[in-house]
Ligand binder design. Structure first.
Ligand SMILES: C[S@@+](CC[C@H](N)C(=O)[O-])C[C@H]1O[C@@H](n2cnc3c(N)ncnc32)[C@H](O)[C@@H]1O
Length: 431
């Protein structure tokens, strides 16, 4: 890019390149790419990149009739960005087109395509059918298995939720009504507080003194399912960055928080300090963990495809291809077995993933029950208030989806289940 290109849009284009061409996730690359910008411009570059990814499928449909050949990817992304700015972000068409043309001119491989960019964008605007185009669809590699599991209509509803993006939810230590009133938010049916708009959370009352933490309403449910009692020994087996550790500690449990990543564990420590809560922290591979004393309960929030979080991570369907996931399914299975081995007789394991794939939810449970005679599902634990009764599956786990609560703004996709090892004589806890 030359010095004359708008640095914010140029940074957004570099983020798009990393996702679409290098197949990197935004959190891996964003800090480096936006570092030269001022903080407000960093936020804007990120917003432009995530917004463009969220609406990219529709932008491609709008561009399709006017592109005889696929342009060079940098140019293609500049066109997509301009359409996002005009039709979703509310930018004036003239300014967004001229900014896109300027960006294309500064690209080594795009210079000759500046005229094309200008013409194509003007044609799309002249045709004016943006609003009539279908809502953005997921790429085929992900859409296909989801349609097989949930059906076309449900997948379309989930895609509508992905296009809407995600509000900010808080888990409060106490008094959700009071905090909702103070922050201008609303208490959700499951007890989280949803904020209006997209405020800078660190500047809000209650952040510095740790009265609440940011956690999607769906991500707050697994600990409600586990229902920790004060003084219970609970192992949070994949803990970082610590949203669920905070919930467990706030409920008065004696928590051991374990994670393989030292860097991410630093965030658990910071979060606990800010919220004035305590937990024992262990940096280790969960698969190697052999506790001195068994636990009353284990929470296993396993590494997964994260396909339930696409509302906030629209880069995911484009950075991934699905080929990465079977290795995760195998890891989840081994983590479940190790987690069960850390329980006292009669103890419970809450297994959860922020995934929409049944391989990372219902199927894991069926397989675990087959591997561990005597292991049972506590179906009653999944009967949480505020959720549709059909959220509980035949196997007794709770499945929440992004298209839930359409009037309130949805929630992340999550799967969770409470498994209980036999009180005596069973083998479920000993691998
Ligand atoms: C879904 S995230 C956990 C989110 C966390 N429970 C929360 O609520 O904030 C999964 C975590 O698993 C950790 N992880 C992955 N493989 C692991 C392993 N073999 N042992 C321990 N932790 C692991 C990752 O570092 C990551 O922090």
């Amino acid at each position: 890019m030359s010095q004359t290109a708008d640095p914010v849009r140029a940074a957004a284009l570099r983020l798009l390149w990393e996702v679409l061409e290098e197949r990197r996730l935004l959190p891996e690359v964003t800090a480096r790419i936006v570092a030269p910008l001022d903080p407000p411009d960093r936020a804007r570059a990120q917003r432009l990149a995530t917004g463009t990814l969220r609406w990219m499928d529709r932008a491609d449909r709008a561009l399709g009739p006017f592109l005889r050949m696929k342009p060079w990817p940098g140019v293609h992304n500049a066109l997509r960005l301009a359409l996002y700015e005009i039709y979703v972000d509310g930018a004036a068409p003239h300014g967004a087109v001229s900014a896109a043309v300027d960006l294309v001119r500064t690209m080594e491989r795009g210079q000759s395509q500046a005229g094309l960019a200008n013409g194509v964008l003007r044609n799309v605007i002249r045709k004016g059918d943006w609003e009539a185009l279908p809502l953005p669809r997921l790429p085929k590699w992900l859409r296909k298995p989801l349609v097989a599991d949930y059906g076309k209509d449900t997948v379309a509803a989930m895609e509508a939720a992905f296009a809407r993006g995600a509000p900010i939810d808080l888990t409060v230590k106490s008094d959700p009504e009071g905090w909702a009133e103070r922050l201008g938010g609303q208490v959700l049916p499951t007890g989280s507080v949803r904020l209006p708009g997209a405020p800078q959370v660190t500047a809000l009352p209650g952040y510095v003194d740790g009265r609440w933490w940011v956690q999607d309403a769906a991500a707050a449910l697994p600990v409600r399912l586990l229902a920790p009692a004060p003084g219970e020994r609970v192992l949070d087996f994949c803990a970082a960055p610590g949203g669920k550790t905070l919930q467990l500690a706030a409920a008065g449990a004696e928590v051991t928080a374990l994670d393989i990543s030292e860097g991410r564990m630093g965030r658990v420590r910071e979060n606990l300090d800010r919220c004035n809560l305590r937990a024992e922290l262990v940096v280790a591979d969960a698969l190697d963990y052999r506790p001195d004393r068994a636990y009353d309960a284990v929470l296993l929030d396993a590494p997964c495809s994260a396909t339930g979080t696409i509302r906030r991570h629209p880069d995911l369907p484009y950075a991934k291809t699905g080929e990465e996931f079977p290795a995760l399914f195998g890891l989840q299975e081994r983590l479940i077995d190790r987690a069960l081995a850390c329980l006292r007789p009669g103890g419970r394991l809450v297994f959860c993933t922020c995934s929409l794939l049944v391989d990372e939810g219902e199927e894991q449970v069926r397989d675990a029950l087959a591997r561990h005679p005597g292991l049972t599902v506590d179906r009653a634990a999944a009967e949480l208030p505020g959720l549709a009764p059909d959220s509980i599956g035949a196997e007794g786990g709770l499945r929440v989806r992004p298209d839930a609560w359409p009037d309130l703004g949805g929630m992340d996709g999550f799967y969770m289940v409470s498994l209980r090892v036999p009180a005596e004589g069973g083998t479920a806890g000993t691998p």
